[in-house]
Design a protein around this ligand. Structure first.
Ligand SMILES: Nc1ncnc2c1ncn2[C@@H]1O[C@H](COP(=O)(O)OP(=O)(O)OP(=O)(O)O)[C@@H](O)[C@H]1O
Ligand SMILES: [Mg+2]
Length: 432
């Protein structure tokens, strides 16, 4: 296939095929916007540049860990700054390269080192064979040190979704490589996680030997989300977006999470819906419907990295909300429902404290909110959990997991709610 960078397909047969999109790739999650299209992250860009920028002068870079909720630009900013640092370094005659490793795929030390070694081989003139199976971590490290020594002065390694990595040993190996005289090459690590708890885990497990600075990325506000989307309006055919389209998408996305991925997702889904309906304009109706789809996608994505118990925990809270006319539930109440759901799905339940940890994690991801009650002197204080997201979306998203399909569906839960309402009514009737 040839594509000379033009935006339209050459053959007129296909030219008018899409009434909605012209450059849909602008709305893809992996799309890296040009520098002037990165909105509202100037300070973050500068901070990452400050830590990694020494490579430009041929000096050793610092390591940095970036934390922040999903869709706050962590991956984008890291790739952007690392690429600019590499280009600036090369312009100064420093042989510098960037490696991007997605640890949700390369989730063990062996997989991660294998990927680093093979990507390095692809990006350099290394001619030794690197076996893909049958060898261990040591062998991959050996190749890595050799390639770095032979071909590079500096390398920036982005370890995205680093919390998915079963073992943080790779951080120590990479950061101590020079000291341990494995290689002369300078190595700078950019670790990324949307789990703040990972910070504590990391602090415990690597005992400060992995020297690094920490950065925290904040959610976007509605204005920033508007600008992020406005910079991508050339994804659409002229006239498809109405005057308030972007504002509505931004308002919906900002209201809950300030998540840029979700904002863009809503816009894309709304376009898809319009196209499927044969409409030539995106309406408010499309956007609201798109928000539901985007929300289910988002919940599914957020929980996809978590354990089955995180999903069961969320489902339990959601089903409680749906079957009771009440919004907040204590850990104990969620736990009761959770053990029943484990029973249905055939999983051994974790302890109540284990469930509490799962809920805390979801709170960080922004799926739920947990608040401490004052409690009475006799009761003590306890946590109340509330869903930030529509419980129906949670139920749908969780049941997309094949092993959790057996959990009650929305219709089942509605029936259950009727029954419980009737019970409630009966109780009320009796008490009067
Ligand atoms: N400041 C921004 N300007 C323009 N586009 C942005 C900005 N921030 C994020 N985006 C876009 O939003 C999407 C999500 O951003 P990104 O992947 O960087 O989020 P993240 O913080 O890494 O989230 P996660 O923790 O879920 O991986 C991407 O498509 C990205 O291009
Ligand atoms: Mg990311």
């Amino acid at each position: 296939m040839t594509n000379d960078g033009g935006d339209t397909v050459g053959d007129p047969l296909f030219a008018d095929q899409d009434p909605i999109f012209t450059r849909k790739e602008l709305l893809h999650v992996g799309h890296v916007p040009e520098e002037d299209r990165i909105v509202g992250r100037d300070t973050e860009i500068e901070s990452v540049a400050e830590e990694t920028g020494a490579v430009v002068r041929g000096d050793p870079p610092n390591n940095v860990m970036i934390y922040g909720k999903t869709g706050t630009g962590k991956s984008l900013v890291s790739r952007h700054v690392a690429t600019r640092a590499k280009n600036a370094a090369q312009a100064n005659g420093v042989d510098c390269d960037v490696l991007y490793i997605d640890c949700s795929e390369a989730d063990t030390e062996t997989r991660a080192t294998r990927q680093i070694a093979t990507v390095l081989k692809q990006q350099t003139a290394y001619d030794q064979h690197i076996p893909l199976r049958g060898v261990g971590t040591m062998e991959y490290y050996r190749h890595i040190w050799q390639i770095l020594d032979a071909h590079l002065d500096a390398v920036l390694v982005i370890l995205d979704e680093i919390d998915k990595l079963a073992d943080p040993n790779i951080l120590m190996q990479l950061s101590r490589a020079r000291e341990a005289q494995k290689t002369e090459c300078y190595i700078g690590i950019i670790g990324i996680s949307n789990k703040i708890q990972y910070k504590e885990q990391l602090d415990e497990r690597i005992n400060s030997s992995f020297g690094h600075r920490e950065l925290f990325f904040h959610p976007y506000d509605a204005e920033q989300l508007q600008e992020i989307m406005r910079n991508r309006t050339d994804a659409f055919q002229p006239g498809v977006l109405g005057s308030g389209t972007i504002e509505l998408c931004a308002a919906l996305a900002a209201k809950k999470h300030g998540d840029a991925r979700k904002a863009i997702d809503i816009l894309k889904e709304a376009g898809e819906l319009a196209r499927r309906n044969g409409d030539t304009k995106i309406t408010d109706q499309h956007i609201k419907q798109a928000q539901n789809v985007a929300e289910i996608n988002r919940v599914e994505e957020l929980t996809s990295g978590g354990t089955i118990h995180a999903k069961l925990a969320l489902y339990s809270l959601a089903s409680q909300v749906l079957t009771h006319s009440q919004e907040t539930f204590s850990t104990r109440e969620v736990y009761e429902r959770y053990t029943q759901m484990c029973d249905i799905a055939g999983y051994d339940p974790v302890t109540e404290n284990g469930l509490y940890k799962q809920l805390k994690e979801q709170a960080f991801l922004g799926v739920i909110e947990s608040t401490k009650t004052g409690g009475g002197r006799s009761q003590g204080s306890y946590l109340l959990h509330r869903l930030v997201t529509d419980p129906k979306h949670i139920v749908k998203a969780v049941r997309r997991d094949a092993s959790l399909e057996v959990l009650p569906s929305l219709a089942d839960l509605e029936e259950l709610a009727d029954v419980e309402d009737r019970d409630l009514q009966m109780t009320l009737d009796h008490s009067t």
